[in-house]
Design a protein around this ligand. Sequence first.
Ligand SMILES: Cc1cc2nc3c(=O)[nH]c(=O)nc-3n(C[C@H](O)[C@H](O)[C@H](O)COP(=O)(O)OP(=O)(O)OC[C@H]3O[C@@H](n4cnc5c(N)ncnc54)[C@H](O)[C@@H]3O)c2cc1C
Ligand SMILES: NC(=O)c1ccc[n+]([C@@H]2O[C@H](COP(=O)([O-])OP(=O)(O)OC[C@H]3O[C@@H](n4cnc5c(N)ncnc54)[C@H](OP(=O)(O)O)[C@@H]3O)[C@@H](O)[C@H]2O)c1
Length: 437
Amino acid sequence: MMPNTCLNNIPSVLQTFDHDDFFARRCIWVHGPVIVGAGPSGLAVGAGLKKQGVPFIILERANCIASLWQNHTYDRLKLHLPKQFCQLPNFPFPEDFPEYPTKRQFITYLESYAKHFDISPHFNETVQSAKYDETFGLWRVKTIRENSSNSNLIGDDQVEYICRWLVVATGENAEKVVPEFEGFEQFGGHVIHVCDYKSGKRYGGKRVLVVGCGNSGMEVSLDLCNHEAEPSMVVRNSVHVLPREVMGKSTFELAVLLMKWLPLWLVDKILLILAWLILGNVEKYGLRRPSIGPLQLKNSAGKTPVLDIGALQKIRSGEVKVVPGVKRFFPGRVELVNGDDIEIDSVILATGYRSNVPSWLKENDFFSQDGIPKNPFPNGWKGKAGLYAVGFTRRGLSGASLDAISVAHDISMSWKEETKQRKKSIAASHRRCISHF
Ligand SMILES: Cc1cc2nc3c(=O)[nH]c(=O)nc-3n(C[C@H](O)[C@H](O)[C@H](O)COP(=O)(O)OP(=O)(O)OC[C@H]3O[C@@H](n4cnc5c(N)ncnc54)[C@H](O)[C@@H]3O)c2cc1C
Ligand SMILES: NC(=O)c1ccc[n+]([C@@H]2O[C@H](COP(=O)([O-])OP(=O)(O)OC[C@H]3O[C@@H](n4cnc5c(N)ncnc54)[C@H](OP(=O)(O)O)[C@@H]3O)[C@@H](O)[C@H]2O)c1
């Protein structure tokens, strides 16, 4: 039996449950937006909606807020950008936080943020699909809930949420990228993706191949050195390495300032000159620079420059070896594309992340195949039919905050308008039914 609900007479969250069918998918009407993801982006939208008095729910697959930060980042992680670029709307970092807060401090801040705005996501609830129903002008969001303690059901519990607005806040880093390598299954050593790396403690004395030279690959290589391991870092392509600071000022902050007055290409030139003065010629260590500047590359290809926090010194000293791309693996060793063959004990894949939106959102107008909105920043936050995206600007936390402000404002206006109309139509006793859901 399917639930019988009426659009014009619906309490904030109307639940119907078919007790005859033990495994029936429950159907829940949400009198406001459904937000998918309880990371910084989802929380920031929730905070904006709370301020406007708009009801919403947040669905989160993990058992906590900010699961990327809590469960999938390494111990020594700090924010790379100064704190003023990382705080969420309407709630500044505590004054005593350092310029670059630690991961623990950032998580504490996010927990206070959720508490301050009284945000309680539905945890352990993974969105499996979301589809717009043209006939009714509503989103249908199907989830699976794992062993929920407040569920009467044993095992998994399936729910369908129905709503007018859908906010996608599942992040650019929702899934790990695991490349395929010839012979990898025969390697036999310990292999992890960097999302499961905590510290170099267990790697003391080990020869570790770190695949990838983004911010993760560089920092993990540094951490491995600090734990007496022997990292070889795979750099298969060109990469921009910049100093985190220039004369005590954040390079990022400097770039933001310069961009107010100068064109991007000129800011890039200035950054590269400063990088050369501070870091020297990094090409002689195997870190070839791309032909276009760091900001232009970020804008055109979404590739983040590496902000050096000490790995370069380890590369100079030879403690981190830079090696070219992987050709194939053998038991206990790897052959590189230049023909070198090195013995290794472990592999850490610092090969990046990707969005998971295409796997669950049944829509291909607003999002591209790689799960990022087609319209570039600053126009990628609003789709059609009440669809929104937050946190896909490739501009980290500051981009997510800007999106969140726009999205919360837009939904609030639309929610208030529709609520007014609904009150009028209730007065006229006009009811539209969605009983066949
Ligand atoms: C190691 C690392 C360090 C970083 N450091 C910085 C930094 O210093 N500064 C900066 O600005 N950015 C940094 N970033 C980028 C980072 O992704 C953002 O800062 C921030 O986490 C983005 O927030 P978000 O909410 O958009 O995405 P996320 O934090 O990834 O949150 C998305 C949430 O959605 C949930 N989710 C995903 N799919 C589903 C589903 N189908 N159903 C339900 N829930 C789902 C996830 O579990 C997750 O909790 C870093 C990223 C990494 C990997
Ligand atoms: N403290 C911080 O703020 C901090 C720390 C870590 C990460 N982050 C952020 O987190 C996000 C993810 O960073 P990330 O470093 O994990 O990922 P990333 O920036 O996407 O880098 C992935 C790296 O893996 C390489 N790679 C991918 N497949 C490969 C293969 N088959 N063989 C060899 N190399 C391969 C890529 O090389 P190509 O370039 O050739 O593809 C690239 O160097 C970024 O936004 C980053 O800024 C922030």
